[in-house]
Design a protein around this ligand. Sequence first.
Ligand code: NAD
Ligand code: ZN
Length: 258
Amino acid sequence: MTPAQHVVAWLTDAKRVLFITGAGLSAESGLPTYRGVGGLYEDAQTPEGVTIEQALSGGMLRRDPALCWKYIAQIEKACRGAMPNRAHGLIAAFQDRVETWVLTQNVDGFHGQAGSRNVIPIHGDVHELYCPACGWEDRVHDYADLEFPPHCPRCQSIIRPRVVLFGEMLPPAAVSRLSEQLQRGFDLVFTVGTSSGFSYIAQPVLMAASQGIPTVEINPGKTPVSHLVMQRFACGAVEALESISSAWDASLRRPPIT
Ligand code: NAD
Ligand code: ZN
């Protein structure tokens, strides 16, 4: 059996599947991964003399909103004009055959755009803006019309995106949705395009592995969970998901997903 056929055998038996995704999934949409965002994360220091983690922190947004917004805007600019890729589409198509959940660290909103319904965007979405002072909120297509730092149209306070900045807590609603779904359990866990640096991202893979539940990693590079997974695809997300999807079609003798 090929690696893809192994995965198809697990998919065939599975009732609930979890995809954990990170910046690598959107790399083939042209979005830079974390360390590539305008080269920001290559350097320890920003030109302003603070680290990027300090610049993109909740504390900095309060102390120096213009500085923090400069780097938030760079992240949004990296998403601008880009589209979900075939890998987002194939993950969305999985839900027609098996209950599929997506836990993503990406703030680009691509899973929803590609049609995935059960998405837990644990770090938020850069396109959702709100005012912490008065509760005003809006969903924007991009930041092209914003002046930085942007002000609330209702009360003139500085607004912010609904994303998790460094030093901030994860959104409670997303956390409880995730723990609810983890408690219900998954029969197969994929981890795609993430360096698995956060414990809540690595944890579902560790839990599944310790319980003998099949796990699959798709990543051209090695990560802290690579040695634990049952099947590894050391290639890009599109190539790996295409091969799994074709093998699944073949096993069902159905026409391919278009
Ligand atoms: P990361 O940059 O730390 O890791 C990216 C991983 O993707 C690496 O392990 C790399 O080997 C892998 N990769 C590269 N190309 C790939 C491909 N074509 N297919 C599959 N894998 C590929 O990203 P992370 O683990 O998501 O964590 C970084 C943080 O950055 C998160 O907090 C996230 O919110 C934020 N972020 C989001 C976006 C986005 O929304 N698209 C982009 C950059 C960063
Ligand atoms: Zn306001």
